[in-house]
Design a protein around this ligand. Structure first.
Ligand code: V47
Ligand code: SF4
Length: 387
């Protein structure tokens, strides 16, 4: 397997002098500033940007691209923010058509049957449901661990943790400690959207603010609960908003080191109020924008080991190309994805192992299955069998 190597940037192939200048500073071990990230978002030299991001990624990870055998479970789509997160097509009010809240048996049934017993990680997120409080989730996690003790539980965004704390009148730390005792292992990165107060006012005016999103993750990291982080892009945010968002993530990572991966999320405009308001349908973001988000994430977030492409959002073809733009991890097998398929995602709801292996190998990379902490647990021979 090809492992990490020395940083080798092909400067002569970078057309934009601004990108070359930034690349030289990276080669000297200097940190990017916010204005550098802005310049990279603005450059027309996508190839140059990709070469730098690829070099930095290869220096860390060689040619290895990881994925997890994960399974998404969305236990409730009932959400108090249904009418105010205007980009969301998944949430429902309690009495609205299509509203659901799984019983414990339904969660267990989905956990058992979703992926023929191959799942190693459950990714559990849902709406801010007044009837899904601490006990709903502690009972669920205990039951999942009792039946499937080796499956990792990555569950509940910072927004959901703050919601549970509010309805239970407990602190974030108390809620997180109780969930951890019940089986919570790590937290996903959803709910970040774009941190800018002006953007939040426009797209999610009742949602937990940036400082609190960061605060919940800081509290989790302090308790030994590692987490991911995200940025929703391609809606109304400016380049400056994106840079400020990345800066806040990098600052917390400097402080705690608790983030595992950065995952940019491409906005999908179908079947949600914001898309209608903006008069947009179909493909939300451009391929260039998607690749830039991933590449700039790789370069600016120099204290993050992992940058993940979410094939459900940007498609499998773009995700494959992204493996040459700084990405070292792909969202895994997933199984029955609901949130993006509620807002027009046309991708599959799950990917099989042979499909994932083919996608990674087709990019000239070496696939490896990882655990939830990014340790490689399986490599593969040419027939797709464990090597
Ligand atoms: O917070 C909602 C986003 C997120 C739309 O941590 C939308 O491993 C695009 O965060 N268009 C939840 N995005 C999903 C998420 C996630 C996904 C995969 C892996 C991980 C991880 C986290 O989905 C929400 C919101 O930002 N979302 N609506 C939409 N119309
Ligand atoms: Fe609720 Fe999350 Fe949708 Fe907002 S994005 S309405 S918090 S489910």
């Amino acid at each position: 397997m090809t492992t990490a190597a020395a940083l080798t940037i092909p400067f002569e192939r970078i057309a934009d002098p601004a990108v070359r200048d930034i690349a030289e500073r990276i080669a000297e071990g200097r940190r990017l500033e916010g204005r550098d990230a802005a310049a990279l978002y603005r450059t027309a030299d996508l190839t140059g940007l990709g070469l730098v991001a690829d070099a930095v990624n290869r220096a860390r990870h060689g040619d290895v691209v990881t994925f997890a055998s994960n399974q998404h479970i969305n236990p409730t789509n009932i959400c108090t923010l249904r009418t105010t997160c205007v980009f969301c097509g998944y949430a429902r009010l309690p009495k609205e058509a299509g509203a659901y809240r799984y019983t414990l048996d339904q969660v267990l049934e989905e956990a058992r049957t979703g992926n023929q017993g191959l799942t190693k990680e459950f990714h559990i997120v849902g709406g801010l449901d007044m009837k899904a409080g601490l006990e709903y989730y502690t009972t669920m996690f205990r039951a999942l661990k009792a039946e499937l003790p080796n499956v990792h539980i990555k569950a509940l965004t910072a927004v959901e943790i703050a919601h549970i704390a509010r309805i239970e009148k407990r602190s974030w730390a108390e809620v997180l400690t109780a969930l951890q005792a019940a089986g919570l292992d790590t937290m996903p990165g959803g709910g970040a959207e774009t941190f800018s107060a002006a953007v939040r006012e426009e797209i999610a005016n009742k949602k937990l603010g940036a400082a609190d999103y960061i605060g919940v993750h800081r509290t989790a990291h302090g308790l030994g609960i590692r987490s991911n982080c995200t940025m929703l892009y391609g809606h109304v945010e400016t380049i400056q908003d994106r840079v400020e968002h990345l800066q806040m993530l990098r600052d917390l990572q400097d402080e705690t080191g608790g983030f595992l991966a950065f995952i940019p999320l491409a906005y999908h405009p179908d079947d949600n109020e914001l898309g209608a308001r903006l008069g947009r349908r179909g493909t939300a973001t451009s391929g260039v924008a998607d690749l830039k988000m991933l590449a700039v994430g790789r370069l600016f977030l120099d204290n993050f080991a992992h940058v993940k492409s979410h094939w459900i959002m940007v498609g499998t073809a773009l995700s494959q190309i992204a493996l040459h733009y700084g990405v070292n991890d792909l969202e895994g097998t997933v199984v029955r994805e609901k949130i993006y398929h509620a807002v027009g995602a046309k991708t599959q709801q799950a990917m099989s192992l042979p499909e994932l292996l083919g996608l990674i190998r087709g990019a000239g990379k070496v696939p490896a299955e990882r655990d939830s902490f990014y340790n490689v647990i399986r490599t593969f021979d040419d027939d797709g069998e464990a090597a």
